[in-house]
Design a protein around this ligand. Structure first.
Ligand SMILES: C[S@@+](CC[C@H](N)C(=O)[O-])C[C@H]1O[C@@H](n2cnc3c(N)ncnc32)[C@H](O)[C@@H]1O
Length: 195
């Protein structure tokens, strides 16, 4: 049998890649941000990374997402290290000072299994990315998983990639990872490090 299970392990999912990269950057005691809490998987991952002395600020516009994330966080016993904020991620800089944050994670799109009309929008996402670069410290990382497979996601993914390219021109180190040759445009990860 092949050591690689082609259904689940190859290529690695962009969300798993983002976590794998951020795990190497985040230290115990750090302040980090989950810009799209959703069902709380990334929030829980970040809470594990920062430890008992660290803090995760988790944003989502939807009450259902905040509630689902709260359950996950409480089940893990991490409520002291996670602050849930039901607000748009455009306002994230109101909650963290300049250059204070080790990592900001975005997983764009809609809440799986919920109302697909409530999805991240290009204009709000770009405003949130502008806010994220203000709060990320030197050596910190910004990760964005884009979903070009649905119409709003395709426009948003294009805009985010253009924004990331500009970011590279401003001195950030930027990379893109995703499958090619798929039936529908595959999700991809954009990641930027503040040098
Ligand atoms: C793909 S889901 C995130 C999945 C999540 N990271 C997880 O681990 O379960 C995208 C989320 O973005 C949220 N969202 C949409 N617009 C937003 C905004 N302006 N600010 C913050 N969250 C937003 C949606 O409500 C949805 O829950």
């Amino acid at each position: 049998m092949s050591p690689i299970d082609p259904e689940t392990m190859f290529p690695p999912r962009p969300t798993a890649l983002a976590q794998g990269i951020l795990k190497r950057v985040i230290r115990a005691g750090d302040l980090v941000i989950d810009a799209t809490a959703g069902n709380g998987h990334d929030t829980l991952f970040l809470a594990n990374c920062v430890g008992g002395e660290g803090k995760v600020l988790a944003f989502d516009v939807q009450e259902a997402a905040i509630a689902a994330t709260r359950v996950r966080v409480i089940d893990a016993g991490f409520e002291d290290r996670v602050q849930l904020i039901q607000s748009s991620h455009e306002h994230l800089a109101d909650h963290a000072s300049e250059k204070s944050v080790a990592a900001v994670m975005f997983n764009l799109g809609y809440l799986p299994g919920d109302d697909h009309k409530i999805t991240t929008q290009a204009s709000g996402t770009l405003a949130a990315l502008d806010a994220a670069v203000r709060v990320i410290r030197t050596g910190g990382v910004l990760s964005v998983v884009c979903y070009p497979g649905h119409p709003a996601g395709a426009t948003e993914a294009k805009d985010v990639e253009r924004w990331m390219t500009d970011c590279a021109a401003k001195g950030w180190r930027v990379a893109k990872y995703g499958a090619v040759g798929t039936r529908r445009p595959a999700p991809f990860l954009l990641i930027a490090a503040a040098l």
